[in-house]
Every structure is written in C-alpha cells, then in structure tokens.
Design a protein around this ligand. Sequence first.
Ligand SMILES: [Zn+2]
Length: 161
Amino acid sequence: MPLRDMYEPCGQCGFIYARVDTEGWGKNSARRIMCPVCGWTAYEEINWESGEPVVLKRNVSKGYGAFRLLPPSGYCGYNAFHEHPSIEVLNTLIELLSVKGWKGYISLWNDDTQKATLVHGSPLSKFNLLKQKLSEELNNDPHCNDRANYEGNQNKAVFDG
Ligand SMILES: [Zn+2]
C-alpha cells in the first residue's frame, strides 16, 4: 500500500491538503480523505489483487464544517461535521475551547458563500496552509465578528500536532 499520497485536494472547497488516512488488510486497503477546512470526507475501499488499485467502493460525504479539539494533555485528530451541528453541540465545543483550556478550532460550511469559515479558535498545527486558508476566508468575509479573536489567538503557543 503506497503511503506517498497522504494529502489530496478537497472535492468541496478545493483546499489542497485534505488529510488521507489509510489502513490495509490482505489485498485490500481503505482510505479516508477528510478536509480539515470544510469537513468534506471521502471513503474508498481499494483492491490491489491485480497489482493496480481498483476502487471497490467510494462514499463521499458533504462537509458542514470541521473541528479539532486537543485536551490539555492529550491528542485528538481532525473531525468533520456531516450535517449542520446543533447550537448545543457548538456550545459544548466552544466551551471546551474557551473555558476548559482545550486547543483547536471549529470551522463551519456556509452554503450561501460555498466557503468554510473559522468560527472559533485557531488551527493550531504545523499545517500553516490550513491557517492561511481559513484566514483568507475570514478576510474575505466582512460579516465575520470573530476575526479579532482569531488574530489574537495566532499569538498564543502553537501546538505542533
Ligand atoms: Zn474542503
């Protein structure tokens, strides 16, 4: 199973570093491609019996946003919203980030603009392009109230996940 292509372009927002997670068993492997900006996710099952990859199954889920939450002494990967998250869910996530000292970010997909917007936190990671991408969306969105908050967070310690 080749591990060279660990990133692929997102099929929804076009972010070039959608994350690829792979697992393999026997002659089959599976790939999950998830965009950390908009939450678009593709899942593929691939068969390698003939020496060439044959896609057996491919499911694509529209992204309604994405988030990452890092507990103070733990690790957590990227997650996607595959439906509009409820206010309760968002409030719970925001509370973790703003009150309980967790690190991470939340982005939401906007169907009207066809773009993802950072709604809370900061994409704390070595993937500076993610930061840049979301920052560009913010700069292009005159209605975003969280811009100052986002820029403030840029100066905090960077978790290199
Ligand atoms: Zn995307």
